[in-house]
Structure formats: structure tokens, C-alpha cells
Design a protein around this ligand. Structure first.
Ligand code: SF4
Length: 212
């Protein structure tokens, strides 16, 4: 059994797949408490589903892209089986994870979007850097930047772990904390090989909307 917060159909908003229709499976629970978290409703609320029930629900939508997200989906061990099962069913599966729990057992067909938490998140000490060894070229590492300290820290980390040669790098702003134009200017000044992105759903719907 997995505790599921919500399953819904929307637009992928935060990766190189941004803009594509996508089915979201949001798992309950998170082991982190980021200062900027916008999905606190996923910390505890949810309903028990078997993997079969999740697949049945996903099949209701005519779409082949599925994102498993949270909360932190990897808190629930059975998430690993869910990712495999969705891949077996022929879905292009994405996993959005906060980067504090091991991705070692994640099915190789799954595209992982992994955060490395910056200082202003308050969760810096939770980053599991061993995960970098398991990142594939098709995966993406995301930095959510709240201020200049976060930006400089991210740049150093990219260099230290040679991340640009391992996978795609995503940079986004903490919504309401840092002006997008400021981050774009920093990236351009440094000619950083990173993809700037906005949380698209926050511009399409009201920023606090759930299930989008
Ligand atoms: S990892 Fe994601 S869901 Fe968990 S506290 Fe941080 S922002 Fe919220």
C-alpha cells in the first residue's frame, strides 16, 4: 500500500519536459521541511492505494507521461515498485525527489529530477551527495535559488562534482523571494550551462492552487 495525496492531470512545469501534459501521482509524507515549501498539504493527508489502484487511476487519462512526486516520494519504500510498474506499463516516468534519500534502486528507465538543497532552504545538511554517483545523463539536478549565497553555493557544487558533464542542470527561483530577472542575469554573467526555469503552474493558475 502507498499513501497517495492526489492523482491529477496537468502541465509539467519544472523540468526540460515543462509545458507537456502530464499525469501527476503525488505521494504523501516528506522527511524535509524546506523554508519555501508549497506542498505542506502533502506532509500527512492522503488515502491508501495499492499499486494496481494507482495504475487504474493513471490509465483514466490519455497521456503517456507520468510524474511521481511528493512530498518526498522515496519516503515510502514501495515507491520503487511503483516506478518500475509504471515503466513496465509503457509510461515515460519522471521522479521528483528532494535529494536526501537514496536513488540507487530507482529503475533505470525513470527520469530523475533531483534537488540539491541550497542553504536558504534550511535543509543543506540533508543532501545525500552519494546520489550523484547514480545520476544518469538523462536525469536533471535542480537548484532552487533564494539569494546570492544559494547561487554561489550551487555554482561551487556544480564545479566540485563536475555536474554539467553528468546530467542537465536546472535553476529556478524561490517564488516571491528572488526576482527571476536577477537569477537570469547571474546565469548569463557566468555563462553557466544551466537551464533557467519558472514554476510554470504558478503563472498559469493562482500561486496557491492545488491539484495543478
Ligand atoms: S522536499 Fe519538497 S515537499 Fe519536502 S519540504 Fe522540501 S519543498 Fe516541501
Amino acid at each position: 500500500m502507498l499513501k497517495i495525496n492526489e492523482i491529477y492531470f496537468s502541465i509539467q512545469g519544472e523540468s526540460s519536459k515543462a509545458g507537456l501534459p502530464c499525469i501527476f501521482v503525488r505521494l504523501t509524507y516528506c522527511n524535509l521541511r524546506c523554508t519555501y515549501c508549497d506542498t505542506e498539504y502533502a506532509f500527512y493527508e492522503g488515502k491508501d492505494y495499492t499499486i494496481e489502484q494507482i495504475i487504474d487511476e493513471v490509465k483514466k487519462y490519455d497521456c503517456k507521461l507520468v510524474e511521481v512526486t511528493g512530498g518526498e516520494p522515496l519516503v515510502q519504500d514501495e515507491c520503487i515498485d511503483l516506478l518500475k510498474r509504471l515503466s513496465d506499463e509503457g509510461y515515460k516516468v519522471m521522479l521528483e525527489t528532494g535529494g536526501s534519500l537514496s536513488i540507487k534502486s530507482v529503475d533505470q528507465r525513470v527520469m530523475i529530477i533531483m534537488d540539491l538543497k541550497c542553504p536558504s532552504s534550511g535543509m543543506l545538511k540533508k543532501n545525500l551527495y552519494d546520489n550523484i554517483d547514480f545520476i544518469k545523463p538523462t536525469d536533471e539536478i535542480k537548484f532552487v535559488i533564494g539569494n546570492r549565497e544559494d547561487y554561489d553555493w550551487s555554482k561551487e557544487l556544480i564545479e566540485k562534482y563536475n555536474l554539467t558533464n553528468k546530467c542537465s542542470i536546472l535553476f529556478s527561483v524561490v517564488f516571491g523571494e528572488l526576482e527571476p530577472v536577477t537569477l537570469v542575469e547571474w546565469i548569463l554573467e557566468d555563462k553557466l550551462n544551466a537551464r533557467f526555469q519558472l514554476q510554470m503552474h504558478k503563472f498559469i493558475w493562482v500561486p496557491t492552487a492545488k491539484g495543478v
